[in-house]
Write a protein that binds this ligand. Structure first.
Ligand code: SAH
Length: 251
């Protein structure tokens, strides 16, 4: 059996209980060494075989899983954050299916959640934005034309940009040409929840300068939108004048 596990954003106690239990019993762990906190490997048993997928091809990863199956071992594939977001797990799962190998997926705390916690903020504020767009600038992986940043920016919703911290001049240009004001609040969160986490508060027009001043060009999320500002309306859910299924309005 192969299990894809979300390692969480960094701090080793932000993996799920289920994920930790499976790590503790795994015979083989293949972890994404570029971003997964190696401290998580301390949860494994001493006989566990450990592979760093940063140095492997997809075929090599699958070959390790296949061998594990033949030897009746349990294999954990440890991905950063939640595996469903830029995790490249679909191609692995499809190759396992072709080989008749069973797998399950255990979710994880994505870095966009870790970053919001670090900032002590909420993406979905009444009268500010009720939508969070998760996206990226294109790199070696192209982004479909219909999802070009300036098109997404036209909604002026809350936005979290992955894999983009080395492309900030162009990112700012596209965000502004799409609709955000240059002074829309923004934040760069480097290694959210890691011991060396760094938070830089800035605005859309200053992203490049702010990152440069703080030497950040990787392992960061760029957050953009008025949710980082001061204005919002109170929720209806906790409004004394509002009744709902579980509570009568205060008269
Ligand atoms: N599956 C992961 C994302 C993998 S893509 C998740 O759910 O978070 C890798 C990108 O995620 C990085 O380039 C960076 O933009 C972001 N990232 C991952 N961990 C991060 C962290 N602890 N702090 C800030 N950004 C992080």
């Amino acid at each position: 059996m192969v299990t894809f596990i979300g390692a969480g954003p960094g701090a080793i106690d932000l993996i799920t209980v289920r994920g930790k239990t499976l790590l503790e019993t795994a015979d083989i762990v293949i972890y994404a060494g570029s971003l997964v906190n190696p401290g998580l490997l301390d949860y494994t048993k001493t006989t566990c075989e450990i592979f760093n997928s940063a140095e492997m091809t997809l075929e090599q990863v699958i070959a390790v899983m296949e061998r594990g199956e033949r030897e009746k071992k349990t294999t954990v594939r440890l991905h950063t954050g939640d595996p469903s977001i830029y995790g490249a797990i679909r191609e692995q799962m499809d190759m396992l299916t072709e080989r008749g190998i069973e797998y399950t997926v255990v979710p994880g705390v994505s870095s966009f959640c870790g970053a919001a916690a670090a900032l002590k903020t909420e993406y979905t504020l009444p009268d500010v934005s009720q939508t969070l767009i998760l996206t990226r600038m294109e790199g070696r992986t192209p982004v479909p034309e219909k999802e070009e940043i300036s098109k997404l920016a036209s909604h002026k919703s809350s936005m979290a940009l992955f894999l983009s911290s080395s492309l900030l001049e162009e990112l700012s240009r596209r965000l502004i040409s799409g609709g955000y004001e240059a002074n829309t609040p923004a934040a760069i969160v480097y290694k959210a929840t890691w011991p060396d986490e760094k938070i830089v508060r800035t605005c859309v027009g200053e992203l490049y300068t702010a990152a440069k001043e703080n030497n950040i060009n990787k392992t960061a999320l760029i957050l953009v939108g008025d949710f980082l500002g001061t204005g919002y309306s109170r929720s209806k859910l906790y409004d004394p004048a509002f009744s709902h299924e579980f509570r009568e309005a205060v008269k």
